[in-house]
Design a protein around this ligand. Structure first.
Ligand SMILES: Cc1cc2nc3c(=O)[nH]c(=O)nc-3n(C[C@H](O)[C@H](O)[C@H](O)COP(=O)(O)OP(=O)(O)OC[C@H]3O[C@@H](n4cnc5c(N)ncnc54)[C@H](O)[C@@H]3O)c2cc1C
Length: 456
C-alpha cells in the first residue's frame, strides 16, 4: 500500500492506529478456519465517522476493506484474501445503554458478547444468543454472521434480538435500519439484509438489541448413551414430543475424551455420546419438562443425571464450550463444519458422518447444537500431509452433499465466507447467487467491502 494512502488513513484514525509491521499483519491474517491472507495494513477506527471516512477513501483509492471483530469466525470471513486493509472494531467497545424499561441494550460493535450477557444479568435481564466463542467474539461479528449458540433452540439466534442497526455502507454513507420498537414495518426489512451478510454489505457500527427477563429457574441434565444412534434418536424424540428445552447439545466419544484430557470436566469417558440438556422458566414447568426429557432419554437407552449445583452446571457448560479447543490438541489441524439438517434427520446425519469418516479414513469428532439439527463434524488431521488433506477435502464435500440431500443447509451459523463459497450454488442455485450479486453491486459498486466472500 502506498505511503501516501497510509498517511491519509493515519490522518483519519491517528497514525498509532494504523498497523503495518509484519508481526501485526500476521496476527490479522487468519481467523479460526484454515484460510489465510496478509492484509497490507490494519486500521483501528474509534467511531462511525472514522469508519465512514475509511470507506470513502477506499472507494477513491481502490483498496479493499475487511471488517473484523475478534477473528473467531469459522469461514475465513474476516481474512483479507484480496489484500487491502483489515478494519478492526476493538476500539468501539462500549455498552452505551441498558434500558430496563424498554428491555433493550445499545452497544458498539466491538463489545465482547459475554460482557453484555454478564452486564444485563446484573440487572435481572437476559441476552440469550451465546455462541461457543462468546467469551471472545464481538456483537458486531455476531450480527454479521447471525451467530447462534446452545440457547438458539428455544430463544433463537442473534438476528432475533436485533431491533436496529447503524450501518456504514460500502460507499461511506451512514444509515440506521429498523426501529427502537419491538415491531416495525416501515419499508423493507433492512435489518435482515445486513444480519448475516458477513461484512460484505456494510459495517455495523451500533446495535440496539432486545433483552428478556432472566428465567426464574434452570435445570441442567447430562444424559449418557452407549451408542451414538440412541442419543440421536433421543434428540429427535424430545423435539417430536413438543418439548423445547433451552439447550440440547450433543458430544460424541472422541470429543468427550478430548475434553476430559483437556479440562477433566467429569464426563463419562466410556459413553459413546452425551447430551447436555437444559430446561428453564417457571420452576415447576422447567422441572416437569426436565422429568419428561429424562423419561425419553431413558427409554432411548440413556442414563441421566442432574447437575446438582451451580458449580457443576458451569463445569458441564465449560466442557461443552471446550469441545473445539480440546479437539484441536489431538492433531495439528482441525477443520470444523456446521452443515445443518432438519432436526428429525439428526440420526441420519450422524450415521452419514460416521460412514464418511470410515470411507475416507479420517478421524471426525462430532459435537454441536443437536436440538437445532446443527452438528459440528470436526476433522482432525495434519494438513501438511497432501494425502490427508485430499481425504479431508473429499470427506467434507461429502458431508455437505449429505446435509443437502437430507433437506439441510451448508451453514447453520458460521456463514459461507471463503470456505464454502464454491458450494453455495448447490444450495441456492445460479439464480439465487445472481440475486445476491445484484444486491452486492447495488450497495458496493466498486466492490471494496470484503471482496471474495460468499460467492466466487
Ligand atoms: C471455539 C469457537 C466456538 C464457536 N461457537 C460458535 C457457536 O456456537 N455459534 C456460532 O454461530 N458461531 C460460533 N463460532 C464462530 C464465531 O465465533 C462466530 O461466527 C462469531 O459471530 C464471530 O464473531 P467475531 O467477532 O469473532 O467476528 P470475526 O470472526 O472477526 O468476523 C466474522 C465475520 O463478520 C464480519 N464482521 C465482523 N465485525 C463486523 C462489523 N462490525 N460489521 C460488519 N461485519 C463485521 C467479518 O468481516 C466476517 O465476515 C465459534 C468459533 C470458535 C472459534
Amino acid at each position: 500500500m502506498r505511503e501516501e494512502v497510509l498517511e491519509k488513513l493515519g490522518s483519519i484514525v491517528g497514525r498509532g492506529h494504523v498497523l503495518t509491521s509484519k508481526e501485526d499483519l500476521i496476527c490479522y491474517s487468519y481467523d479460526a478456519q484454515l484460510i489465510e491472507g496478509l492484509p497490507e495494513a490494519v486500521v483501528e477506527p474509534g467511531s462511525s465517522e472514522e469508519v465512514s471516512m475509511i470507506l470513502k477513501l477506499s472507494n477513491k483509492e481502490g483498496f479493499p476493506v475487511v471488517p473484523r471483530g475478534a477473528g473467531t469466525g469459522l469461514s475465513g470471513g474476516s481474512v483479507a484474501v484480496k489484500g487491502g486493509v483489515v478494519l478492526t472494531t476493538h476500539r468501539m467497545n462500549k455498552i452505551l445503554e441498558i434500558d430496563k424499561n424498554d428491555l433493550t441494550a445499545t452497544v458498539e460493535p466491538g463489545v465482547v458478547t459475554r460482557k453484555l450477557c454478564v452486564e444485563v444479568e446484573k440487572e435481572g435481564l437476559f441476552y440469550p444468543p451465546d455462541p461457543g466463542s462468546y467469551r471472545v467474539s464481538t456483537l458486531g461479528g455476531n450480527v454479521a454472521t447471525n451467530a447462534g449458540g446452545p440457547h438458539a433452540l428455544k430463544y433463537g439466534v442473534t438476528g432475533d434480538y436485533v431491533l436496529s442497526l447503524e450501518v456504514v455502507l460500502p460507499t461511506g454513507d451512514i444509515i440506521t435500519t429498523g426501529a427502537s420498537t419491538v415491531k416495525s414495518v416501515s419499508g423493507y426489512n433492512l435489518n435482515s439484509l445486513f444480519i448475516g451478510s458477513e461484512g460484505t454489505l456494510g459495517i455495523v457500527t451500533k446495535i440496539k438489541l432486545k433483552l428478556l427477563p432472566q428465567p426464574e429457574a434452570r435445570y441442567t441434565l447430562l444424559a449418557s448413551f452407549g451408542d451414538l444412534e440412541s442419543s440421536a434418536r433421543a434428540v429427535a424424540e424430545i423435539i417430536a414430543a413438543g418439548i423445547l428445552p433451552a439447550a440440547l447439545e450433543f458430544i460424541d466419544r472422541v470429543t468427550i475424551n478430548a475434553v476430559e484430557d483437556y479440562i477433566k470436566a467429569g464426563m463419562p469417558r466410556d459413553a459413546d455420546a452425551v447430551l447436555l440438556i437444559e430446561t428453564d422458566g417457571h420452576p415447576v414447568a422447567a422441572k416437569e419438562e426436565a422429568e419428561k426429557i429424562i423419561k425419553i432419554c431413558e427409554k432411548a437407552g440413556g442414563s441421566v443425571r442432574f447437575a446438582e449445583s451451580r458449580v457443576e452446571r458451569e463445569r458441564l457448560w465449560k466442557a461443552r464450550r471446550a469441545a473445539l479447543p480440546a479437539l484441536s490438541r489431538i492433531r495439528p489441524t482441525t477443520l470444523l463444519e456446521d452443515a445443518t439438517v432438519p432436526r428429525s434427520r439428526v440420526p441420519d446425519m450422524v450415521a452419514e458422518i460416521k460412514r464418511i469418516a470410515q470411507k475416507h479414513g479420517v478421524i471426525i469428532g462430532i459435537f454441536g447444537h443437536a436440538g437445532d439439527g446443527n452438528l459440528h463434524p470436526t476433522i482432525l488431521l495434519d494438513i501438511r500431509d497432501p494425502g490427508e488433506k485430499k481425504r479431508m477435502e473429499e470427506a467434507m464435500e461429502e458431508i455437505f452433499s449429505a446435509a443437502l440431500k437430507l433437506g439441510g443447509t451448508l451453514s447453520g451459523e458460521h456463514g459461507i465466507g471463503v470456505a464454502k463459497a464454491r458450494f453455495l450454488e448447490k444450495e441456492v442455485g445460479k439464480e439465487g447467487i445472481e440475486v445476491m450479486k445484484k444486491i452486492k453491486r447495488a450497495l458496493d459498486p466498486n466492490n471494496v467491502l470484503n471482496p471474495g466472500k460468499i460467492f466466487l
